[in-house]
Write a protein that binds this ligand. Sequence first.
Ligand SMILES: Cc1ncc(COP(=O)(O)O)c(C=O)c1O
Length: 455
Amino acid sequence: MEEKKSFLKQKIDLESPNKNIVPITTSIGGDGKLSVGGCSIEELVKKYDSPLYILDEVTLRKSCRAYKNALEKYYPGESLPIYASKANSSIFMSNLVSSEGLGLDAVSEGELLTALKGGVPNEKIVFHGNNKSDKEIDLAIRNNIKIIVDNDYDLKRLEEISNSLNYDLEIMIRFTPGIECHTHEYIRTGSFDSKFGFGIEYLNNLFASISATKHLKLKGIHAHIGSQIFELDPHKDLGEIMVKVILDAKKFGHNIKELNVGGGLGIKYTKNDDPPSIDEWVETISTSIVEACKKHNLDLPRLLCEPGRSIVSTAGITIYKIGAFKEIPGIRTYLSVDGGMSDNPRPITYQSNYSACLVKNPLNINSKNKYTIAGKHCESGDVLFKEIELANCKTGDLICVFGTGAYNNSMSSNYNRIPRPAAVLVCDGGAEIIQKRESSFDLLRYDILPDRFIK
Ligand SMILES: Cc1ncc(COP(=O)(O)O)c(C=O)c1O
């Protein structure tokens, strides 16, 4: 009876991992305990300690293939899915998406270097950012990486560089299409009031400015309307708007060949979430562009999209060990774990919700107890779950939090000088380390005590 309620009993969608709460390979062993990728979580923690980030290779590859296959199915022109590496940037992730034929988007020198080191071909990398440093621009140009111009400051510097090198530079521009969507205001980027990109009302001036340059060649346009979006209509509208922008640019002599619609598809963090599938999202956006191009008698541009969360989030889980309990009679019982806002800043930043279970009793059999799961940081708001129902548990038990592959590791910090967790990849019963655990001593490496303070 109790078992039926568990999200772990929900049917797994094998084609679109973003529609599941758990990684595709999640199972419950003969001992009733949780395993992922054929690996017992308890054994992984014995070997690698906790907190521990775990990524499931099967789920990652399924997500990449879902984008590739859907683009091939619905978009008759050329296309390329580009992984938004801000979701989870590592040499491993760069290598994996590249092995699946995806490109990658980077927004900093660090993400660029990681992509290059991970083996992503230069021509499949795009470089974003609303305040790129000269050093970052230089790195992108030296490696022939396409730059997405975000503002006049970018444009001015690229014009100067291309003139000084006497070299034609292909660029894309990012604009804000003025589309509102229902997501948290911090992850909503396509409305007029956004720090990113050129306002759509400014584009004609921009096209004229680019035409007046000697060496800047406008090859593509980009827009990204936000993240964790469940509606399809905003992306349908975006396709139509972008085709109109291509037509406007034509009037200024620009032959736009690439259209990058950004990312934004949501994932299922809890039972209440019902995001569209990757297939539906790609179909919506492809159909909207194909129809608008047909209407205006325009050749199909190369279609790029930049999924981040929907590639990596569901593949990731985080394992914590339970420490202290604090019962406040009639109010709540706090259960504290060995991580928190430093390895997952989303709950405190966006009030995000997740699903979790005990590793020893994943189906929550006889769940009767409500807990507030707190992190170990010196911050009252460091709470991962405000209220969660869990079966009986005690100090030393393990908790698995699902859907943590995106914007956890990549947004992690060392607040309270807490070292970052290790990350392991699981596949076919094997586990491989993809990020070493930091030690507290690592955190001292960049501290300097000036000589005059040394007695
Ligand atoms: C420019 C750009 N592209 C792609 C993404 C990825 O979005 P998501 O992870 O929601 O797919 C983001 C996220 O903020 C972004 O800013």
